[in-house]
Design a protein around this ligand. Structure first.
Ligand SMILES: [Zn+2]
Length: 211
């Protein structure tokens, strides 16, 4: 259980390949937003425990945002849709086909660079292709937080890395595109894999892209 800010909860789901995986729950005015859904039944149980801790239920989830269509982030999607009450599902346009192939879930609308979701003080969509074609980072304006998915990887000591080639469509592009994050004002970097950076995160990202 981890309360990151009043609005943001992080849920650690399962280790894979030595990496732990996180999903996030946002408490917004109109309900909850779940960012990524993880994989394995343990992950479902951990999300449920977090909802319970927040005095919320699966039905409170009104929107599911997917960072990218790789298994560790999406495998539970059908299960989550069974548990919830028809939330909308959104992800990057470039990953819509992959999501459908892997989970059977069709999405009506893909997200693109510069799109804005009005909830939670404004969530801006940053398109960061390379790790996957439709890979996204979600920028929470009021929280000054970047929920990066696999745009940036980290370790348990707070070191940051560009996405590993073995997991990426085009690792060089993935590395180049990280620079886009520096156009935004943020201090928190919330990762899917690795230790979150809760202060001065932009400086750490600057160091990463300038290596
Ligand atoms: Zn991942």
């Amino acid at each position: 259980m981890a309360k990151i800010t009043e609005r943001i909860r992080g849920v650690a789901v399962s280790p894979i390949d030595g990496l732990s995986t996180m999903v996030y729950i946002l408490r917004c005015e109109g309900g909850l937003i779940l960012i990524d859904v993880g994989f394995t039944p343990l992950c479902i149980a951990n999300i449920e425990a977090e909802l319970h801790d927040m005095c919320e239920k699966w039905d409170s989830i009104k929107l599911i945002l997917i960072t990218h269509a790789h298994g560790d982030h999406i495998e539970n999607l059908q299960k989550v849709l069974e548990l919830t009450d028809h939330p909308e599902v959104m992800l990057g346009t470039g990953d819509m086909e992959a999501l459908k192939e892997q989970t059977g879930v069709e999405t009506d609308m893909g997200l693109e660079q510069g799109d804005l979701i009005g909830a939670c003080g404004g969530i801006e969509i940053i398109s960061v292709p390379g790790h996957s074609a439709g890979n996204l980072t979600y920028y929470l304006r009021e929280e000054k937080a970047m929920i990066v998915g696999d745009t940036i990887f980290g370790d348990d000591d707070g070191n940051l890395f560009t996405p590993p080639a073995k997991y990426s469509d085009d690792a060089e592009m993935a590395k180049r595109e990280i620079r886009k994050l520096l156009d935004y004002d943020f201090d928190k970097l919330l990762l899917a894999h690795g230790k979150n950076i809760l202060r001065n995160a932009k400086e750490e990202v600057e160091k990463l892209v300038n290596v």
